[in-house]
Write a protein that binds this ligand. Structure first.
Ligand SMILES: Cc1cc2nc3c(=O)[nH]c(=O)nc-3n(C[C@H](O)[C@H](O)[C@H](O)COP(=O)(O)OP(=O)(O)OC[C@H]3O[C@@H](n4cnc5c(N)ncnc54)[C@H](O)[C@@H]3O)c2cc1C
Length: 336
């Protein structure tokens, strides 16, 4: 059995940020991921300036396709134009397949392709055992929504009411518009739909909403998807033939709640494994990277990994105030 000081399960943005921080501090770390990178990740690929600041990099130097977003926001059909969402600074779109592989390589960590199935704690030795193949002093669960570390070592405390259901499709569309469109409360949807232009003639179209809203109302996400495509055709953002041929896919993830442990002894959960996406826009990349870095500093003994320290809103200032008052159900109750 191979022993490593820290094993990170999952090499997405959360895992690679954590691993990179440990490598920079000269610590022994191994990343296990079931996929070979570059791998597909369903995501609109919208990232903020803060993400680049957190990874200590500039968008201008990013070596892959990147597009600065000019965002137009629509609320129940009323268009409001924002040049970048207020207070989150500039916004960019990247392709996750490229971004994640770049981040992981940049971390400098050793990566082994391995699908983690079984995680246990050897109380006597104070170690974590993975599939009778690896052991470690610290284990970091960065395996996304269905992370095996979370399942084995943490109670399921990500609240069902904060589960987001999604559908999306990313594809080449040479006639794509240059403007990014966000559509809130479309047909009452508790969530929003997006049209995110990318560099190299790509576009990502998607829809995300509270899973509980779909359950309670009996509305079907696939019906909303089809209606949204029809809207885009009507607005001239998509042609009917392309819309007919699109095959959508999606998976759930969780918005931030104050409740739930993210650390237990030498075990940590970060990113989607911890359920940390922002409560207003469901931005997961920023909190994934923040939590990865903070968990690494907890391991290094230079900070405490505490959920409360992470970004919980993408909107800020006036926009957040307006959201809370006009769209009350987006308001986070309690201490979140
Ligand atoms: C449709 C959709 C659109 C989104 N759009 C945006 C957006 O525009 N902007 C934004 O900020 N956020 C967006 N998000 C959220 C964002 O994608 C996630 O929050 C983010 O990817 C979380 O990163 P992560 O590193 O925690 O997990 P992931 O990126 O999911 O990485 C987890 C890794 O773990 C690996 N893994 C899983 N199970 C195992 C196992 N058993 N063994 C080994 N490895 C394993 C996987 O292969 C994967 O590489 C979107 C999400 C969805 C579903």
């Amino acid at each position: 059995m191979r022993h490593v000081e820290t094993i990170v399960v999952g090499g997405g943005p959360a895992g690679s940020s954590c691993a990179g921080e440990l490598v920079r501090a000269g610590r022994e770390v191994l990343v296990l991921d079931k996929a070979r990178f570059p791998r597909l990740k369903l995501c609109a690929g919208w990232i903020t300036q803060k993400v680049f600041a957190d990874i200590d990099f500039t968008p201008e130097d990013y070596p892959h396709a990147i597009n600065r977003l000019d965002i137009r926001t629509h609320v129940r059909g009323l268009p409001f134009a924002f040049r970048g969402l207020p207070t989150v600074g500039c916004n960019w779109s990247i392709r996750r397949t490229e971004f994640d592989a770049w981040l992981l390589e940049r971390s400098g960590a050793e990566v082994v392709q391995h699908q983690v199935k079984n995680v246990t704690r050897d109380e006597g030795a104070g170690r974590y055992i993975i599939d009778d193949t690896f052991s470690c002093d610290n284990i970091v669960g960065a395996g996304g929504t269905t992370c095996p570390v979370r399942k084995a070592l943490f109670a399921e405390e990500r609240m069902k009411s904060r589960q987001i259901a999604t559908l999306e499709k990313e594809f080449t569309y040479p006639r794509r518009a240059d403007t990014c469109h966000l559509y809130f409360l479309l047909r009452g949807l508790e969530g929003y739909a997006w049209y995110v232009p990318k560099a190299d003639g790509q576009v990502n179209i998607g829809i995300g909403g509270k899973a509980r809203w779909f359950r309670n109302t009996g509305e079907k996400i696939h019906d909303h998807w089809r209606s949204f495509l029809a809207d885009l055709v009507q607005q001239g953002l998509l042609d009917a033939e392309t819309a007919d041929g699109l095959k959508e896919a999606g998976h759930p993830y969780y918005l931030y709640t104050h409740d739930g442990a993210v650390r237990d002894g030498g075990a940590y959960v970060i990113g989607d494994s911890a359920g940390l996406a922002t409560v207003d826009l469901g931005e997961g990349l920023g909190p994934a990277i923040e939590s990865g870095i903070l968990a690494a500093h907890d391991i290094l003994g230079t900070a405490t990994y505490d959920k409360a320290a992470l970004t919980k809103y993408s909107f800020g200032g006036l926009a957040q105030w307006i959201m809370r008052r006009t769209v009350g159900r987006y308001h986070t109750r309690g201490r979140a």
